[in-house]
Design a protein around this ligand. Sequence first.
Ligand code: KG4
Ligand code: ZN
Length: 336
Amino acid sequence: MLILGIESSCDETAASVVKDCREIRSSVISTQIEEHKKYGGVVPEIASRRHCENILGVVRKALDDAQVTLADLDGIAVTYAPGLIGALLVGVSFAKALAMSAGKPLIPVHHIAGHIATNYLTFPELEPPYLCLVASGGHSHIIEVLSYTKFHVIGRTRDDAAGECFDKCARAMGFPYPGGVHIDNASLSGDPKAFRLPHPAVAGNEFDFSFSGLKTNVINLLHNSEQKGIEINRNDLAASLQATISEILTGKTIAAAKALGYRKVAFAGGVSANTGVRSALSSACEENGFEFYMPEKKLCGDNGAMIACQGSYNLLAGITADESLNAVATLSMEDI
Ligand code: KG4
Ligand code: ZN
């Protein structure tokens, strides 16, 4: 089975051909980061315009690199939710036209399900059920992966996502967009105990997250120091922030696994590239005797292979769409 996956939900135009669910035959990613950097974040209209310009070339290259033609495909998968609406619409319209003209099934894929699927691409033996922490620029979720296509969200962020917290704090610290990776690098030469940062309390669901208090705390700390003329060691603050986010994500994920009786834990999303969170979660799983899975680093950020992989499982489960498929900016995984 050969599936083409198309991703355009944010600032990466990506396409990939995946064979038999888990074998990546090609993966092409055209990133717009350099352009959005000038504005300190993603400018939605610019993102849509760049997707529009790049998508045909990216898809063509994915097919060429995989040495396949449209006729060889068994289906065309596309991210239809959630994300920037104008950006999603480019991928959805393109995939729809391609699928209809080539007479191939059109497969709708939820972006977060795609991130989770990066673990199938990394670990050929991994099968549901398991518990997955998904942390990206727009999402922080603890999810029960009940089957390849059925999900139950048991914890979500009440405000900012973990990646957003990394990025906004990084910006206040003077790092370029997207700041997560710069915090990661700066942490390597910083003291994680230099600053005591808050672990926000969340009333109600103990598995929900809240990162806006932590973000505000870091921003206030920087502003107050600036006003008083005190210089802050950026590496120490980066290391302290990374350690705090790692503790929050790890603590809740392990508690959820214990409460629900999961002994298999996975990690996914852009933040799963973070060295600190990877090692904290991996060690905590080892201490508790849990199996732990995380994607290889090149699959952590948005890519087409994760959409093609999840699209393959969707097709096997009979999840396809017709010409009425539309893009959806916000959509819970339980509503797919
Ligand atoms: O999954 P992704 O590529 O896009 C969304 O679906 O949102 O995630 C992007 C997020 C950004 O916030 C970025 O700063 C963060 O993932 N990120 C990192 C690292 N690499 C990417 N955060 C912390 N450490 C990293 N090494
Ligand atoms: Zn993503």
